[in-house]
Design a protein around this ligand. Structure first.
Ligand code: PLP
Length: 376
């Protein structure tokens, strides 16, 4: 039997062995990290070790790490926990940013998906109060990398704070909180080989953040609730592994390029964001004339997991706000799928993907020519 192939690592990536062990070990610790007795202290040590690993991964101080339930909560906390009433964000941000705040003004992007810096500057100039700018480091659908440092310098010149959703960038490219110059940074555990349901918001030392979860005052009053001990332990172990193995991730660019070249030889495909810097593992590409839904189902039947860039939480395919903000025509956007590589993928997987892709495309072309012949 042919092995199933997972090419959807941007949705979530398999849990690392080290993370699995850390989760299991911590599940056996019978303590609450807030308790002062022996058992509590053991749990606290686990949390603080993980905090240090997560801080090291992104070049932050451990005291700047606030554990959350994941990228979505981190984004929501950054956007709503500051006193800033005005928020500017590129129109291609993740839904947890665009709908995570009452009013996020959408800054346009160019056809490659890069923020239009002049439009941001105009908006910052016109703002009646110092704003919050939220910008992702790498886009989840196209992989396009935003000029976060440049945005930061501009925003700070206007007294704005900057939040960076680095959920898709961490573990794929170097991501250093201090070098980026941002004030807040969101990370998610399950995108780097940790368990699902845990993440962190990095908050620059000295910045005030109002908690959205209030109660026991955990996480130095910034996020109440008993810490998710096993999730945090797994996240910490994944962070340590990721820091030590980050360099290897760039190798996935070779698989992605091989995939794109081989499909370009078969059909006039479009690859969105290909003209600018992207994270190494992601490709958002069209199959002319074949809907994304049809492709995802056909690949699934053939044992390959990919996603429509715009698959929403219900699993249904909806219009991609990312591609539409980039000015992609609906007829092209409707045929775009996302392939995202990660640990375990090999050149053989690309070959199998290409063969299935070619077969599906040829069948669709054949069907089209039959319909045209009948219509004549
Ligand atoms: N931000 C980006 C760019 C993402 O891709 C995702 C998840 O896909 C999130 C935020 C949400 O992260 P989580 O699944 O941890 O809530």
């Amino acid at each position: 039997m042919l092995e199933n192939i997972y090419l959807d690592h941007n949705a979530t990536t398999p849990v690392l062995g080290d993370a699995l062990i850390a989760v299991n070990t911590s599940l056996l610790l019978n303590g609450n990290a807030s308790s002062i007795h022996y058992f509590g202290r053991q749990a606290r040590t686990t949390v603080e070790n993980a905090r240090e690993n997560v801080a090291n991964l992104v070049g932050a101080a451990p005291s700047e790490v606030v554990f959350t339930s994941g990228g979505t909560e981190s984004n929501n906390l950054a956007l709503n926990g500051t006193e800033r009433k005005i928020c500017f964000a590129p129109a291609t941000e993740h839904h947890s940013v665009l709908s995570g705040v009452r009013k996020a003004f959408r800054v346009p992007v160019n056809s490659d998906g890069l923020i239009l810096i002049d439009s941001l500057e105009t908006a910052l100039k016109r703002a009646s109060h110092p704003a919050l700018v939220s910008i992702m480091l790498a886009n989840n659908e196209t992989g396009v990398i935003q000029p976060v440092r440049e945005v930061c310098e501009l925003a700070h010149a206007y007294g704005a704070w900057v939040h960076c959703d680095a959920v898709q960038a961490v573990g794929k490219i170097p991501c250093n909180f201090k070098n980026l110059g941002v004030d807040f940074l969101s990370i998610s555990g399950h995108k780097i080989g940790g368990p699902q349901g845990v993440g962190a918001l990095i908050v620059r030392e000295g910045l005030n953040l109002k908690a959205l979860n209030t109660g026991g005052g955990q996480e130095r009053g910034r996020r109440s609730g008993t810490e998710n001990l096993s999730g945090i332990a797994g996240f910490g172990a994944a962070a340590l592994w990721t820091l030590e193995n980050l360099r290897d991730f760039s190798g996935f660019a070779a698989l992605r390029d091989q995939l794109e070249y081989s499909l370009q030889e078969i059909a006039p495909i479009k690859v969105f964001g290909a003209q600018v810097a992207r994270i190494p593992n992601t490709s958002c590409l069209t199959m002319p004339g074949v809907s994304a839904e049809t492709q995802v189902i056909a690949f699934d039947l053939a044992g390959i997991a990919v996603s429509s860039g715009a698959a929403c939480s219900s699993g249904k395919v909806s219009d991609s706000h990312v591609l539409s903000a980039m000015g992609v025509q609906k007829k092209d956007a409707d045929t775009a799928i996302r392939v995202s590589f990660g640990r375990g993928n090999t050149a053989n997987h690309v070959t199998r993907f290409r063969d299935i892709w070619a077969d599906l495309f040829q069948k669709s072309e054949h069907k089209k020519s039959q319909i045209m012949a009948l219509a004549r």
